[in-house]
Ligand binder design. Structure first.
Ligand SMILES: [Ca+2]
Ligand SMILES: [Ca+2]
Ligand SMILES: [Ca+2]
Length: 208
């Protein structure tokens, strides 16, 4: 399932650029979520049941929390499942560790389903911000026109490099994920929220 890795593989994929911008984006998402908890919660909740496959994937024992051990195992399994590279597969895990206390709001030592959703929303939100940093050349906060073409071209290059066979079924599934992610009714643009939702759709689709 290297297709997901190729989607989040980023333009200026020099490790230093990615590390710097990814963690900066994570901080920006955190700062925004802290300042606007209601808006963040609404955005996270509006993604509905698109978390379910990830939740089931991580919640190995089917209890009402993802424990620390389950999360650690799940981050490693996701890295393999999605074909993440060594350099990038650490992100999900490091993100969980670094923001553990923020995500585990009630301090129970595990993630409830709602806490988990908040954490995943922040994670795909961070990836979406990095995509904007990489491709939003006119700096208007959305991807459109040539920017989307550039992203797509980079995706195809990376997919090819990772040995992903972009079958018509996969392309169709991604187009459906993109269409489903639209909240402004305009599939020719990708807002921050749409980019986040698109990734969640892809992850969910690959696991379902
Ligand atoms: Ca908790
Ligand atoms: Ca733009
Ligand atoms: Ca749009």
């Amino acid at each position: 399932m290297k297709v997901a890795a190729a989607i989040v593989a980023l333009a200026q994929a020099s490790p230093a650029w990615l590390v710097e911008n990814w963690w900066q984006a994570a901080q920006e998402v955190y700062a925004w979520a802290s300042a606007n908890p209601e808006d963040f919660r609404n955005a996270a909740v509006s993604m509905g049941n698109r978390y379910d496959a990830l939740w089931n994937f991580c919640n190995a024992d089917g209890s009402d929390e993802v424990s620390g051990a389950e999360f650690t195992a799940c981050a490693a399994a996701a890295a393999n499942h999605f074909g993440m590279q060594e350099g990038t597969k650490q992100y999900l895990y490091d993100f969980g560790v670094k923001y553990w206390d923020v995500i585990d709001r009630d301090g129970s030592g595990g993630f409830s389903e709602n806490e988990f959703k908040g954490g995943i929303a922040a994670f795909v939100g961070t990836n979406a911000k990095v995509l904007l940093k990489a491709y939003d050349s006119n700096d208007d906060g959305i991807l459109s026109g040539q920017e989307l073409s550039d992203w797509r071209a980079m995706f195809e290059t990376r997919a090819d490099k990772f040995g992903v066979d972009l079958t018509p079924e996969k392309v169709q599934a991604m187009q459906a994920a993109w269409a489903d992610a639209q909240t402004d009714g305009d599939a020719s643009t990708g807002t921050l929220f749409e980019l986040a939702k698109f990734q969640l759709n892809v992850f969910n689709g690959l696991l379902a």
